[in-house]
Design a protein around this ligand. Structure first.
Ligand code: 13P
Length: 393
């Protein structure tokens, strides 16, 4: 249940002057460390999965674990796609359980960036999922995450930022004010005047990428000027790697699990430090109270088939339904079933899981659904009942 609406979560942070960490995770150690730290600090947190890291793990499997971890957590959490590369990435992330997405078209010129982002916003909003866009460019300098962000930093222009938010409808904006992805070389000079101007113009939660290596003072000044989400990864990765090196030195013949001993704890300690520094610690109860819970919806259809339909026809219908309906944005899963008991009043069912309540409408209106429902299903289905259920927990 502690999955919460990410617009509510970040608006809460923006209003109350603190920032939520968007912590990128690359393994179960990271996932457990971040959730554990959020619970210990009573802080909201964003479990973030970056598309640029998908070479290191299976996104679908990682999402199953992330959703399960968020469900059983006591701290308010959101699950976010970081640096989504395309419309398809965004759609897939929502289907797998992300309730916030970033589409990163920041390497494109303004008009193309705005157009790509606008299309992602239209699709994600139809699912009730908020979108983070990036204007300007946060480059990488050094470290394993830096090479994913080649090129030079481009600062965000406050004027363009206003036009971008208006044209795209993004809920949060990642801005470039001098931070870099990965490790720092020297001390970064952040442009707080620029950040203040952007914040005054937009009044929406701002996002900082490249949180690693900033000073406490810099973090405080970022939060004071409208930053409500701070993306953080390299420091966690470097902390984990240092621990692994220590383990290797202490026990050169150690196996896999002995090399990883203590990794979760050091990642968790660094996440806790951030939560305290950025002001999220101690906010969990307030966030749970004031933000909408993020609830999936089960669209249930019970039906019988026309007398002339045999079991092969039924099977073909179900296969087609599963294949096509699963492509509608916001559909998490399509289950087609046959009653176990012969005497059941309804012989067949569909259980279609929606990402959230908004999908009830957008699914109904979607051409793929209409085509299947009107052209294929309804002509042969009888005695249909259809109800949308939200979870009661
Ligand atoms: P760092 O790796 O520099 O902390 O940045 C993370 C990030 O911005 C991910 O989007």
């Amino acid at each position: 249940m502690p999955l919460v609406n990410m617009v509510d979560m970040l608006n809460h942070a923006h209003r109350h002057g603190y920032a939520v960490g968007g912590f990128d995770l690359v393994s179960l150690d990271f996932l457990e460390a971040i959730v554990g730290a959020a619970e210990r600090c009573s802080a909201p947190a964003i479990l973030s999965l970056a598309e640029s890291h998908f070479e290191h793990y299976d996104f679908e499997l990682a999402m199953a674990a992330t959703v399960a971890a968020a469900r059983r957590a006591s701290a308010p959490l959101a699950i976010h796609l970081d640096h989504g590369a395309s419309l398809d990435s965004v759609k897939r992330a929502i289907a797998l359980g992300c309730n916030g997405v970033m589409v990163d078209a920041s390497t494109l010129a303004f008009a193309e960036n705005a157009e790509t982002t606008r299309a992602a916003v239209a699709m994600a909003h139809a699912c009730g999922v908020p979108v983070e866009g990036e204007l300007g460019y946060v480059a990488g300098v050094e470290g394993e995450d830096a090479e994913k962000h080649p090129g030079e930093v481009i600062y965000t222009s406050p004027e363009e930022a206003g036009a971008y938010v208006e044209q795209t409808g993004v809920d949060f904006l990642a801005v470039s004010v001098g931070t870099v992805h990965g490790r720092l070389r020297g001390a970064p000079q952040l442009d707080f005047v620029r950040l203040r101007q952007i914040n005054e113009r937009l009044r929406i939660p701002l996002v900082i990428h490249g949180g690693t290596g900033l000073t406490d003072e810099q973090f405080r000044a970022l939060v004071k000027n409208g930053v409500a989400k701070i993306n953080y990864y390299t420091a966690l990765s470097d902390t984990a790697a240092a621990r692994i090196r220590e383990n290797a030195q202490a026990a050169p013949g150690g196996g896999y699990t002995s090399l990883l001993r203590g990794v979760r704890e050091v990642i968790g300690a660094e996440v806790e430090r951030c939560m305290k520094l950025w002001g999220g610690a101690g906010r969990a109860a307030q966030v749970l109270d004031e933000c909408r819970a993020w609830r999936e919806v089960e669209h249930v259809i019970l039906y019988n088939l026309r007398q002339d339909m045999n079991e092969d026809d039924a099977r073909a219908l179900m296969t087609q339904g599963r294949d096509t309906l699963a492509t509608v944005p916001g559909v998490r899963r399509v289950f087609s079933g046959r009653a176990v008991q012969d005497q059941a009043p309804y012989r067949y069912c569909w259980l279609i899981r929606f990402a959230g309540e908004n999908v009830i409408e957008s699914y109904r209106a979607h051409p793929t659904h209409r085509q299947f429902a009107d052209g294929r299903f309804r002509p042969v289905a009888q005695d249909r009942v259809s109800v949308d259920f939200e979870a009661v927990e």
